[in-house]
Structure formats: C-alpha cells, structure tokens
Design a protein around this ligand. Structure first.
Ligand code: ADP
Ligand code: MG
Length: 703
C-alpha cells in the first residue's frame, strides 16, 4: 500500500492509475490510490463501496479553519478553534483505572490548557510535546483556562495541500480506522479523478426554476467549500434533488396504481352489518368518518392504498375490522400483518371474537406457530378467511386463494422490503396501513405521499389523559406502594426496563430479569407478578399475556416487547425504568399501554437522565400527551434523520435526512414534483436520464 506522504509527493501515481484503467463513478473504492482490501473494509462500514459512494459521503458539518483564534483571545465560554503546539504533556494516573491527559498548548500569542479525561495516553502518543494540532472546543477552566476534551486534529508536516487547514474543512461521519484527514484525502482524490465526468442529474428547466447550482459544482463545494454560503447552496441543491427524486417516485407510483384495475368490494353486506350489531360501544365520530372513507375506497374499482393515522389508543383496530368485514362480504380473504408476535396474537383474538359466530375462520401465522405448512395449505384453498400474523405471513410460500384486503398494523415498524413483499402477492388487493403517528405532520405528506390519508383525531369518550411524572430516587418506593394499592383495587401495572439481562451490559441500565427477581421477592412479594421479554418463545409470551389480560397478574415486568399495540384496559400504571434511554415516540408508545379504560392512569419515569438533552426530553414528555405534538417536538430535538419512518421511506441517506431542518424544503420539492409530472408524466425528458431508474426504484416501494 502506498503511504499518504508518498502519495502526495507523487501525483504522477494518480495519472498512471488513470491511464491503466480509468476509474468511473461505479468503480470500487479500491480503484483509488492507497485503498487496499483492508481500508475498503473499513470504508464499507460507512456504506462506502464505490467512488460514487465516496463523493456522496457528505460532511456532517464544517469547521472554519480560515482563521484561528489566538490563544490569548480565548475567554471562558467561547467556542474556539485554535492552532497550537503541545508544549508540555502529562499523563495523570487517577483512581481506579482512569487516567487523564493534561496538555499545555502554545501559539504565538500565549498558552492554554487542554485536558482529556480517561485518555491519559494521548500525552505520550498522538499529542506528545512538539506535536502541532488544531483544537476545537469550548473554553472552560482547569487550573486556568482550558479546553476539556476538545476535538483535535494533528497538523502534519506534509499538509501543504490546503486541504486540512487554512480553509473551511469538512467533518465527516467516521468509522473504525478511518480518520477525518484520510476521508478528506480520498474524497479529494475521487473528485479529481472524476472531474468533468459527473453527469448532471436534474434537467436545466428544474434547476433554473429552483435556482439550483449544477451538480458538479455542488459536489465540489459540499466537500471543500470556498465560503459558508457556497456550502449552504451545495447542500440545498443536493437535498432538494434527493427529496425530489423520492417525491417523483411516490407520485409516479400513485398515478400508475390508480390507473390499474383493482377489486370493487361490495359494501353493506351481512358481515359488516353483523359487526356493527356486535360492537360493545358505538363508534366515535372520527371513527365513523374514517370508516366511511375507507369503505368508499374499497367500493371503488381502483386499488386502495390508504394510511390510517391516529394516536395510540384512539381505536384503529375496530376501524380495520369494518374494512375486513367489507372484504369478507364479497367472498375475499383478508391478511392482517402486525410487527410483533405479541401484537399478532392479541389481534388474532380480537378478530376471532368479533367474527366468531359468523362462521368466519380466523387463523394465526407467526414464526413460532406449529403446523404452519398445513395452515398455509388451508389459506391457499381459501378455507381460512382472515389470516393474522407477523411478517411470516408473506414469507416463503403463503399464497391466498382470493386475497382482497391487506391490513398493516403499526406500519412504521415494517421495513420497505417487508412492505414490498406484501403487495407483490396475489392480485391487486386493497391495502390499509395503520400507524400511531410517530411522524410529524410536516413530514407525513412527503413520506406517505403515495397514499391517501385518513386521520382519527379524537379518543373514545371517557378517557382521561395519563398523568406523567418524573420520580426522584427517594420517591421510588412510593411508586411501588402505589402499584400495590392499584392491585388491591383490581388494576394492573407494567414495569418496563431497557434490557433483558445484565449480561447485555449497557452501563447504568436496568435488566428486567434482575429487576423482576429482586422486586418480586422484595417489595412486590405480596402481589402477583410475571416476567415478559422478547427471548421467551411465542407460546410462553402468549400464555403470560393471556394471564395478564385475564387479570391473573397484577404487575407485568417487561421490555419494550409490549411497546406497540398491546391493549389491556384494566392496566392503569406504567413504570418506565431508565426512562431517559428511550426516545420520545417510544415513551409515548409505552405510555399508550395504559389509560385505555376510563380510570385515571399514571406513567412514572424513573432514573436520572445523564445528559441535558435527556432531561429536556423527559420534561417535554411529562407535559405533552398528544402524539402529534410529541412527534413535532422529536423532530425539533433530533432532526428528521432519527424520526421513525423517515429512513424506511427512502430517506436512507442519513445526511440528506439530517439536512432537512423543516418541512419547507419538503413542501417545495413536493410541489415541484407534482408540476413536473403534470408536464411530463413518464419523465421522458432526456434531463431525467440519470435519475429515471432511481425514481422507478422508489416507485417500487410499497408506500
Ligand atoms: P389503537 O388505535 O392504539 O390501535 P385500539 O384499536 O387498540 O387502539 O383501541 C384501544 C381501546 O379502545 C380498545 O380497548 C378498544 O376496544 C377501545 N375502543 C375503540 N373504539 C372505541 C369507542 N368508540 N368507544 C369506546 N372504546 C373504544
Ligand atoms: Mg393498535
């Protein structure tokens, strides 16, 4: 392998490579100088396999190294970037196995300290005396002014390339053995290799209308911007392109779906009427409205693709049951898919109950069901009318005799591939997706733009919002006393922990097995407890849930396996251990397991948040009870990249996702996509040549 210094000293090397075999965008990274099998493995961890991947590995941010702060100008609280030489370095041993590096840094103007807690070794290695480096961090104090654990990057004698200093430098997401400077060098090499050969991806007309910079300039400027404005423009162009592509795919798919013939279901048949008679309650206005929307779609000749959105506990299942009844009335079969075995089992029971005396056979198919082969034969023969299951439903060899409707519960939990597999089955069934809105309103249209949308915006009557409290350590016993009082009054509780067993070892996390062992033999010994987690087999899980639903268990210790969908109206208390280790939408889902009856329910958050952000998250969570609001808050707190559903929907490039800071860009891209397809429904314009196949691949998504 050629070392970095050699490589820079000998640019001829690059030209020789080019003459031998001209690398193209699709060449593997090993076509680049200095990339052997080992380095290419490390790059693969970042999803970088080709030259194109490298060029599209956009920076997560930048550091302005055009000018450095003189050390003497730094004052407490400033965020500074300094370029200094290590004058003295001490590796301080501390108690336990800890160590700390204490450095004195010097530039022409003076000195300042830098400390690295837990990384004493730096003082004798990377940052030993004499080394020159760039440090970036907030000025704090430690025996005078000091940078504590700053980001740093060593300046090498060979840094004459104007790549790492003296400019705005890109900062990348890194992996094992891959450093910032290595990525910068590789990307700069890749850029010069493909120089002038990058085909423009957007038609001129679109670029002009949206005032977007050409692709080549964007790729250069996004990595090595001349000014902050140039970086911003480049990002805007690349993000817009990414979102536009997805939007075009989604809308293209939608228009083609609507042109295909689907099933015209017969509405108002016997099963539907019977269902209404058997309901123990009347539907809310919102449930009535969305049911009508769904039935109207089903009664129409084009295939339905509808998303039913509604907060946890709003009653989506019964709406789905109406759609199912309509399909059954026409002699069709129904597939109902749930993301977990636990939920599949619960829903199986619900539908068995609702359709039982109508002679409709309901079956359950999950990964742990015995006799699956025989069951599949019955499904194929049409003897099973409703098949409920996990994604095992659509794996190897399930075929339906006459599939008329597919319902996907908690659809945001399924990956794109799973959803695609589902619609590839059978004819052109109507599809109803259901989700408890972990997605902010501003993103919904973009993510699910290919579907029609129905929203349930009210809860069934009599529900009281769940009261949510952060519990300080000295009050935790009070929670357990409360659980016992609730148990005595006939109500049930959940205690949720982040881990199954202690050997998974994440620091400061409670393992549900230990917690269960301790509490059920201790403070909670007088009530009936049980333990549930994902490692139990399907039968065991089912047995425990049946006992819990039947009121034979007072306190259920669990992991997040109960997160989605589980419905036990007599459960009134949810205790979440290490609450700060869960995201907002996950907390909301967990809290949604209680407050499903008319009783006042409580959610207690235990554990001390390690970060400011964690504290803020819990504070927000205590104050908000609407899933819509929480999703918006989550978007603000974490950015769209982390919001669930975003990646699955084709926003798989974490950078593009991170860059979308609000809904405006999404909205603009959607508007543009609509007008592009109005003018050119097949995207026949040569300007789409490069993107056309990508757009079609998005349109294969089962969205
Ligand atoms: P989700 O929308 O979270 O899937 P479910 O469908 O599980 O919610 O419904 C939550 C609970 O509310 C269930 O126990 C269900 O029986 C009950 N429920 C649904 N609709 C109504 C209604 N109109 N009136 C009273 N209770 C209802
Ligand atoms: Mg549900």
């Amino acid at each position: 392998m050629v070392s970095e210094t050699q490589r820079h000293a000998a640019p001829e090397y690059i030209f020789r490579i080019m003459a031998d075999s001209l690398p193209t965008l699709n060449s593997p990274v090993t076509a680049l100088p200095g990339v052997g099998p080992k380095r290419s493995d490390h790059l693969a961890q970042l999803g970088i396999e080709t030259v194109r991947d490298l060029l599209y590995h956009f920076p997560r941010g930048y550091q302005d190294r055009r000018t450095f702060t003189p050390v003497s100008d730094a004052s407490e609280g400033d965020l500074v970037t300094i370029c200094a030489t290590v004058k003295a370095a001490k590796n301080l041993r501390m108690r336990g196995r800890n160590s700390m590096a204490i450095l004195t840094l010097e530039d022409d103007s003076g000195t300042i300290r830098a400390t690295f807690f837990g990384r004493g070794y730096l003082a004798n290695s990377t940052l030993r005396p004499g080394v020159q480096a760039i440090f970036h961090g907030v000025v704090e104090t430690y025996q005078g002014l000091a940078l504590k654990g700053p980001e740093y990057e060593v300046v090498e004698a060979s840094d004459d390339s104007n790549r790492h200093t003296g400019r705005i430098v890109p900062l990348y997401r890194l992996a094992d053995q891959i450093s910032q400077r290595m990525l910068r060098t590789l990307i700069a090499d890749a850029l010069s290799l493909v120089n002038g050969t990058l085909p423009e991806t957007l038609p001129d007309s679109v670029r002009t209308k949206e005032s977007l910079v050409p692709l080549t300039a964007s790729i250069h400027q996004v990595h090595f911007p001349e000014t902050p404005e140039a970086a911003e423009q480049a990002r805007a162009r690349l993000t817009f392109e990414h979102i536009l592509t997805i939007q075009l795919g989604v809308l293209y798919k939608r228009s083609h779906r609507q042109a295909r013939p689907g099933i015209t279901h017969r509405i108002n048949g016997a099963a539907l009427k019977e269902l209404d008679k058997r309901l123990p309650f009347s539907l809310t206005e919102a449930q009535d409205r969305v049911t009508a929307e769904i039935l109207r779609d089903m009664g129409a000749p084009r295939p339905m693709a509808r998303l039913l959105q509604g907060d946890v506990g709003c009653g989506k299942t019964i709406v789905a049951a109406h759609a199912m009844a309509a399909a059954l009335d026409g002699g069709y079969q129904v597939a109902f898919m749930a993301p977990t075995e636990l939920l599949a089992e619960q829903q199986f029971k619900t539908f068995s109950r609702l359709f039982a005396d109508q002679g409709i056979s309901v079956a359950l198919l999950t990964g742990s069901i015995r006799g699956a082969a025989a069951l599949r034969r019955e499904v194929a023969a049409g003897a099973v009318r409703i098949l409920v299951g996990t994604h095992a439903l659509f794996q190897k060899g399930t075929s339906f005799q006459r599939l008329g409707l597919v319902v996907v519960d908690e659809q945001h939990r399924f990956g794109v591939a799973q959803r695609a597999a589902l619609t590839a089955k059978g004819m052109e069934p109507d599809v109803l997706h259901m989700t408890a809105t972990p997605i902010p309103r501003s993103l919904t249209m973009t993510l699910y733009g290919g579907m029609d949308l129905s929203i349930i915006d009210t809860l069934p009557p009599g529900r009281k919002p769940v009261k949510t409290r952060c519990i300080p350590e000295n009050k935790v016993d009070g929670c357990y006393t409360y659980l016992m009082e609730q148990a005595a009054a006939g109500f049930q509780s959940f205690i949720v922990c982040p881990l199954v067993e202690a050997s998974e070892l994440r620091e400061n996390s409670t393992a549900v097995e230990d917690h269960y062992a301790e509490l059920s033999a201790g403070v909670l010994s007088s009530v009936r407890t049980a333990l549930l987690h994902g490692r139990l087999d399907g039968g065991e899980k089912d047995a425990i849930m049946t006992r819990f639903t039947g009121g034979e268990i007072d306190v259920l210790f669990s992991t997040t396996v109960i997160e989605v969908g589980i419905d036990v109206p007599a459960a009134t208390t949810m205790i979440i251990e290490n609450a700060d280790q869960f995201g907002l939408t996950q907390l909301h889902q967990l809290r949604g397991r209680v407050g499903r009856g008319t009783e006042q329910s409580y959610c207690f958050l235990l554990g001390k948040p390690a970060t400011k952000e964690g504290k803020e998250r819990l504070r927000i969570f205590c104050e908000m009870d609407s899933g819509f609001d929480l999703a918006e808050a989550d978007l603000k707190l974490r950015g769209p990249g982390e919001v669930s559903g975003f990646k699955q929907a084709g926003f798989d490039d974490p950078h593009a996702a991170d860059w979308v800071h609000d809904g405006r860009l999404l909205h603009r891209a959607r508007q543009r996509a609509v007008s592009i397809l109005e003018d050119d429904p097949e995207l026949a314009d040569a300007g789409w040549d490069v993107l056309r196949s990508r757009i079609h691949s998005y349109s294969d998504l089962a969205l």
